[in-house]
Design a protein around this ligand. Structure first.
Ligand SMILES: [Zn+2]
Ligand SMILES: [Zn+2]
Ligand SMILES: [Zn+2]
Ligand SMILES: [Zn+2]
Ligand SMILES: [Zn+2]
Length: 144
């Protein structure tokens, strides 16, 4: 590191200081979405090769039920994010005095492809699918 860099006097070559390697926001030399000098990526000028940008590897798959409509890639849903949790209270009406767990439904959204899934846990009397089906309301909540 140059001594001047310590005093914030850098020797800029475009976006990058030649002495210490510090990056500043101005001066990038964009080649499509990527700066040639420092490798910073911006969200424009991508070089799409099918669904993948050949420069920065960003993807733009068109997901439908976990499969890309364009290239056929399958999402293995690596990252389920909780959207909401709803507690329906006691739903096991036959329990008659025995202790039961509240029936709780969780809506998840895949962080990669946006697919939704719902899971119920706790004690339920009968078939809980009415509560665990994805509804119009759910799509509205996640904005798809
Ligand atoms: Zn510097
Ligand atoms: Zn740069
Ligand atoms: Zn790109
Ligand atoms: Zn794709
Ligand atoms: Zn997914």
């Amino acid at each position: 590191m140059g001594i001047k860099c310590l005093f914030n006097i850098h020797q800029w070559n475009g976006c990058k200081c030649e002495k210490c390697g510090k990056i500043r926001y101005e001066g990038h030399v964009w080649k499509g979405c990527k700066c040639e000098l420092c490798g910073t990526v911006r969200d424009e000028g991508h070089d799409w090769n099918g669904c993948v940008c050949s420069r920065c590897k960003k993807t733009r798959h068109k997901w439908a039920d976990g499969i890309c409509k364009v290239c056929g890639e399958v999402c293995h849903h690596p990252n389920w994010e909780v959207v909401y949790e709803k507690n329906y209270g006691t739903m096991d009406y036959d329990s008659a005095g025995r202790s039961v767990d509240d029936f709780v439904v969780t809506l998840y959204r895949c962080g990669k492809c946006g697919q939704l899934k719902k899971e119920g846990r706790g004690d339920f009397c009968g078939d809980p699918h009415e509560l665990t089906d994805i509804t119009e309301e759910d799509y509205k909540i996640v904005g798809t």
